[in-house]
Design a protein around this ligand. Structure first.
Ligand SMILES: [Fe+2]
Ligand SMILES: [Fe+2]
Length: 217
């Protein structure tokens, strides 16, 4: 990765986001860096996807829709019905087109950061966890998850996935099937999973720092 790329992505994101959301991004970068160092992942790549992951979060929806209609971004039908998930795919597109990033594992990490996805790379797991557990989040258990991620990244990702699924169901929102598939992929074979079949509603998993993503307890 060219050394100036991280700075270019950071500058781009800073220009595109409100100050409050950019602070969330800064904390995600600091968190993913800690995890990457502990798990011996490529720190520069992890920092870069941290800067990139929410860069399209404040883009108007019609910009995304126009890219989809022009065939420049592909998303499955279920995702099309959940606008809160679009910004990951939009950010990956920006990574490709604006910054020339062609590492598929890193682009997928960005695309799927709100839900996770089966087959996600270690960098993708680190982003998924860091986005949820950065220290600005209101949930009481984020420190525990950050510490767990430095020891066992898969276990931490599984915990985050479960927390997000419970939150979505509790709010009566629609659960994306990718979240369930991700959880199944992280779970040991034969382990019984909770019954998540009752989810319904209009909106999916959100990772908006202003909304919070955890259940109270
Ligand atoms: Fe996000
Ligand atoms: Fe985020």
């Amino acid at each position: 990765m060219p050394p100036e790329l991280e700075e270019r992505v950071m500058d781009y994101t800073k220009k595109k986001l409100s100050a409050k959301r950019f602070k969330h991004v800064e904390r995600v970068v600091a968190t993913i860096e800690e995890i990457a160092a502990a798990r011996q992942l490529p720190v520069a790549d992890c920092r870069m996807i941290g800067w990139l992951h929410d860069c399209a979060k404040e883009e108007p929806r019609n910009v995304f829709l126009s890219l989809v209609h022009r065939g420049l971004i592909y998303v499955d039908r279920e995702t099309m019905e959940q606008p809160s998930l679009w910004h990951g795919f939009h950010a990956a597109h920006i990574g490709r087109k604006v910054f020339g990033i062609d590492n598929q594992a890193l682009l997928e990490a960005v695309s799927y950061h709100p839900t996770g996805a089966p087959g996600l790379s270690a960098e993708g797991l680190a982003l998924f966890v860091a986005d949820y557990a950065e220290p600005g989040r209101p949930m009481a258990w984020t420190r525990e998850i950050r510490e767990q991620a430095c020891q066992n990244l898969v276990a931490a990702a599984k915990r985050v996935c479960q927390e997000k699924i419970y939150y979505v169901l509790k709010k009566g929102k629609k659960l994306h099937s990718r979240s369930i598939d991700f959880l199944k992929s992280l779970s040991a074979e034969g382990e019984t999973l909770p019954d998540f079949s009752g989810g319904h509603g209009k909106s999916g998993i959100s990772d908006d720092p202003g909304e919070g993503t955890g259940r109270e307890r």
